[in-house]
Design a protein around this ligand. Structure first.
Ligand SMILES: [Zn+2]
Length: 367
């Protein structure tokens, strides 16, 4: 089969590789559609975000398969679902053997298997997946929508850990993929006023369509506008989705400081953005204002080991409660287009993309 092979940072090519051989309790899935995550794009480019050192060590040893955990496909072999079943998968599977796993804390497992990271992912025509990670995709959901379900499940998780109560004011910094998904989840989940910041007019328009009550230009003075809109007290909950590597079109680390000033005293900040390990934080300000700084689990296996959050995300898509199609502006055909999809996703602004560039790898449905 053909698959993406990484020969060095920034050096990804599609090559002929052996077909995956399923291990015990694994299932081979024919990939129908896959999309890169922004984190994968940053890691492939060599940015110093989490897992960078692990990938650097692997590349020092030779070419490696990397990436491809947001995908949908069709079961091709025996397992819990009959061949032909349309599926996606939870990307992180705890080992089930360590002390943490035995104490029912799979999110604390020190050595989980992570699709596309510790084992070959779906940047390929076929992928082997632990049977327990599979999530069936209901009728009425397209391959493109199912490939986009993992970030939506993440937004559901972020909303849950923030304990957004009915009527809570919610500020979402950033109107990229996670910003727009958090906006839709907040609207669906009963938030009160929803304020979103975004840099480009296109992103701000997306945020409005997604259900924001007030959309601010991130280049303007955001703090007074948020205070004005919240009676002077600040937002109950802030989702920080904007920070990260400036080279990947993200806002650096200043947005955490902004979040700390825009949240109300005693409020909650959810750090959706992935920052460098040594990024600075305004700890004194957070302490002074008694703000809780919450971090979502970094793998879906931590908050949804059985795929329940994925099933709920698929349900929201099928009902039309959440629209993920609006984020897919670039669809490429064939596995050989993967390097181009990485380029577009890494610098979405330069390509006029709203979300990741998706690649249609193979047919969807019964085949
Ligand atoms: Zn474990």
């Amino acid at each position: 089969m053909r698959a993406l092979v990484l020969r060095g940072f920034g050096d990804a090519t599609v090559e002929e590789v052996p077909d995956p051989v399923p291990g015990p309790d694994e299932v081979v899935v024919d990939v129908a559609c896959v999309q890169p995550s922004v984190t994968e794009c940053m890691l492939i480019a060599g940015d110093p975000v989490a897992m960078h050192d692990v990938l650097a060590a692997r590349l020092a040893a030779g070419p490696t398969r990397f990436g491809g955990h947001e995908f949908a496909g069709v079961v091709n072999g025996p397992g819990p679902f009959p061949p032909g079943t349309r599926v996606t998968a939870v990307e992180t599977a705890a080992c089930r053997a360590c002390a943490a796993c035995r104490r029912d804390r799979p999110d604390a497992c020190p050595s989980p298997a992570v699709l596309g990271f510790t084992r070959p992912g779906a940047f390929a025509e076929k992928v082997a997946v632990p049977a327990t990670s599979l999530v069936a995709v209901p009728d009425g959901v397209t391959a493109s929508q199912a490939a986009a379900v993992q970030p939506l499940a993440g937004a559901l998780h972020g909303h849950a850990i923030a304990e957004v109560r009915p009527g809570d004011s919610v500020l979402i910094l950033g109107a990229g993929v996670m910003g727009v998904l958090h906006t839709q989840v907040a609207r669906h989940g009963g938030a009160g006023q929803i304020i979103v910041t975004g840099r480009s007019p296109a992103k701000r328009r997306l945020a409005l369509e997604a259900g924001a009550d007030l959309v601010l230009d991130a280049a303007d003075d955001v703090l007074p506008a948020v205070l004005d809109a919240t009676g002077g007290i600040g937002a109950d909950v802030v989702f920080e989705t904007a920070g990260g590597t400036p080279g990947a079109g993200l806002a650096g680390t200043s947005t955490l400081e902004l979040a700390a000033r825009c949240v109300r005293r005693g409020g909650r900040i959810v750090m959706v953005a992935v920052l460098p390990r040594r990024a600075t934080a305004p700890l004194g300000l957070l302490r002074e204002r008694a703000v809780a700084l919450l971090h979502p689990r970094s793998g879906a296996g931590g908050y949804s080991p059985g795929g329940g959050a994925f099933e709920q995300a698929l349900r929201l898509i099928r009902r039309g409660d959440v629209d993920v199609d609006r984020l897919v502006t670039h669809r490429l055909d064939g596995v050989d287009a993967l390097p181009k999809a990485l380029d577009i996703t890494r610098d979405k602004a330069a390509h006029g993309a709203a979300g990741p560039a998706q690649v249609t790898v193979g047919p969807w449905g019964w085949s």
